[in-house]
Design a protein around this ligand. Structure first.
Ligand code: SAH
Length: 435
């Protein structure tokens, strides 16, 4: 029986998706903080729970070939990265295995392809930081609400960092009361930056002057928004946005198309990897000019508009629940010269639409509602291209679609969120029978 404070020698045989090393000693599973597959370690047990124990490294006896020195002083305290101490190649392989395991779990026998990644170190076009009541600003420590002050983050697009530094200084000096979060988003290809100040009430003293200063001191800042969020939940943004200075939206160019994005609308965080993802989705969809395409969970219309951009389509119908995103999607269709697109503001599971030739689905982490899967099973589109940031709900939904007569032909993961635990995938399902 393992006991707390036991010191043992361990060979790490695997890593889990939280970035912990895994070993088994006499059948007991031990998760090792900072352990990497292939390490030989001296470890100390720090927790004994039912079914598993947790250990930390006392000494690295011999390091794994996958191990690298983490290049961030906040790692691993900051909850953002879990794989900063291993090579990109091994991280990609772990993510591929994770997707494969989720499909195995639901008894779908598929070959999961090698992970595609864009290999850009500072890839995040969105920086979101909590501000404490005492005006500390940074990132949450892993699985807590403790704020770790951070001066710069290696995952961020460089465009966002000078604005972040400026705001950190401003917040320390001026202690704006009621400011809960700052959120900075940039259009990587246009160089436009949006700053969103999330407040408990409708603003703070000096908010308008700060907004005007941001616009005048930073050429790239084109929009400063005040977002009001009075709720005490984990959701960062409230529903109300007030433009303090500049435009209400910013633009970006993605897959050769111009997209306008509002602060409340979803926009993929990794620009280069998103282009690779959408290109694969377009290849899977293989839209023909006579096709009707439905894009569920369409956000600002990025997937549908990019997928039909080469060969057009007879009709594109997008469905999205956030009204501001729908408004953006309509403008995005228009500014890219797409006239046969219609966007419906509705929950995907509450909407009716004609049976498409190609159905695009890109839900949030919880996946599709069972009623939506049943509806798809009645419409029976020829092809379904399903994009997902959650391999477990993706595999679950694919297993249901297979019961409706679909064959899972391709599973392609993307390392959209390098260094973090998350993995994005796109899969193609084709109907196995003719109507
Ligand atoms: N396809 C888009 C957005 C994907 S994110 C892109 O790639 O940019 C998922 C989207 O689903 C978000 O825009 C979110 O607002 C929306 N959403 C969440 N729940 C929904 C629901 N029940 N019905 C329709 N849209 C929903």
């Amino acid at each position: 029986m393992l006991k707390k404070n036991d010191i043992l020698t361990a060979a790490v045989t695997d890593m889990n998706y939280m970035g912990l090393g895994v070993t088994k000693i006499d059948g007991a599973v031990i998760f090792i903080q900072g352990g990497v597959t292939g390490d030989k370690l001296e470890i100390k047990i720090i927790k004994v729970a039912k079914g598993y124990s947790v250990a930390r490294i006392e000494k690295i006896i011999s390091p794994s070939r996958h191990r690298i020195a983490p290049n961030c002083s906040a790692f691993p305290r900051c909850g953002g990265c879990v794989y900063r101490h291993i090579t990109y190649e091994y991280e990609n392989e772990l993510k591929r295995q994770r997707v494969e395991n989720e499909f195995k779990r639901v008894k779908l026998d598929v070959t999961v392809k090698e992970v595609i990644s864009a290999k850009k170190e500072g890839y995040r076009n969105k920086l979101q930081c909590p501000v404490s009541e005492s005006c500390d600003i940074g990132f949450y420590a892993s699985r807590t609400h403790e704020i770790i002050p951070i001066s710069a983050c290696a995952l961020q697009e460089e465009l966002t960092l000078p604005v972040y530094e400026f705001l950190t200084r401003y917040i320390k000096e001026n202690k704006p009361s009621g400011l809960r979060h700052i959120y900075i988003r940039c259009g990587v290809n246009t160089g436009e930056v949006m700053v969103c100040l999330v407040c408990k009430k409708s603003g703070f003293k000096g908010d308008k002057a700060l907004a005007e200063r941001l616009i005048s001191e930073f050429d790239e800042v084109k929009s400063v928004i005040l977002n009001v969020n009075p709720d005490d939940t984990n959701v960062v943004l409230g529903k109300k946005c007030i433009t303090l200075a500049g435009k209400d939206t910013i633009d970006d160019i993605l897959c050769g198309l111009r997209f306008t994005v509002n602060p409340l609308s979803f926009y993929q965080v990794n620009h280069s990897c998103t282009e690779l993802l959408y290109k694969t989705a377009a290849e899977f969809a293989d839209v023909q000019p006579s096709d009707t395409v439905v894009d569920l969970y369409c956000g600002i219309g990025t997937v549908g508009l990019s997928v039909i951009s080469e060969r057009r389509a007879k009709k594109l119908i997008g469905v999205e629940v956030i009204p501001e995103a729908v408004e953006n999607a309509r403008k995005n269709a228009e500014q890219n010269g797409v006239e046969n697109a219609e966007f419906i503001c509705s929950r995907a599971e509450e909407c009716t639409f004609p049976s498409p030739d190609v159905l695009l689905v890109d839900p949030p982490r919880k996946g599709c509602a069972p009623s939506l899967i049943d509806y798809i099973g009645k419409l029976l589109p020829k092809k379904i291209v399903y994009i997902s940031c959650s391999p477990d709900t993706l595999a679950r939904d694919c297993a249901e679609l297979v019961k409706h007569g679909y064959k899972l032909s391709d599973v392609q993961p993307f390392n959209m969120f390098q260094r973090t635990e998350h993995v994005e995938s796109v899969v193609c399902l084709t109907r196995t029978f003719n109507e």
